[in-house]
Ligand binder design. Sequence first.
Ligand SMILES: [Zn+2]
Length: 240
Amino acid sequence: MKVELETLKELQLVTNRLLELEKLLSAVPSEVQSLETEWQEMQSKLEGLTQNRSETEQKLKTSRESLEVATQQNKKFEHDLNAVTNSKEYSAVLKEIDSARKKIGHLNEEITQHSTELAELKSKIDECSQLAQESEAKYKEALETHRGSQADHQQEFEAKTAEKATILKKVSAPLLSQFNRIAARRNGVGLSLCVNSICTACNVRVRANIVDQLRTGNRVIQCESCQRILCYHEEEPAGK
Ligand SMILES: [Zn+2]
């Protein structure tokens, strides 16, 4: 029985590591996630600026076309001024010229404003696309490193799965089903080490006569507190 309990202990250790590996394999580290978020934010900022630029370009084009039209109209009015026959017509044409010139002035202001905006947007876009490239590189590097470590974990996962299968063959069916029943209710932990008279799973003291029985390891004893199968362990367990 003592040998079987030792085998069960090995089973517990390999099961614990498999659970850890499952978690590691399914999770993307938060630093990689935040680098991805940073890159996505930079990309959407860049998209916004690019959108803004094409809108401004369109406005500039419209203003230039309007200016062209207004300039032609103004020329026509100036030409008309030579052909007026009375003062009423004269003042009417003058009024048109005045309004056309105001319009031209206004359009020129608009064009200047749009051009300034375009120049500013261009430098913002240059800056932003530089930053986007940098954060993309940082993210991809972190992701690659993470995937590298995942490959190690995947390899270990496969090795531990094979190890578990081998261990399972060495445990008797009744003991294994008892272990599995307990493990299913206790987060996958069906066996606990009794170290310095304490159940290491639930931290409850194990009675002295039970510890004596555990030391001989002649029968399967469950912790009176957490019900896990107890396995006697002389000192603090060294790591995993
Ligand atoms: Zn316990």
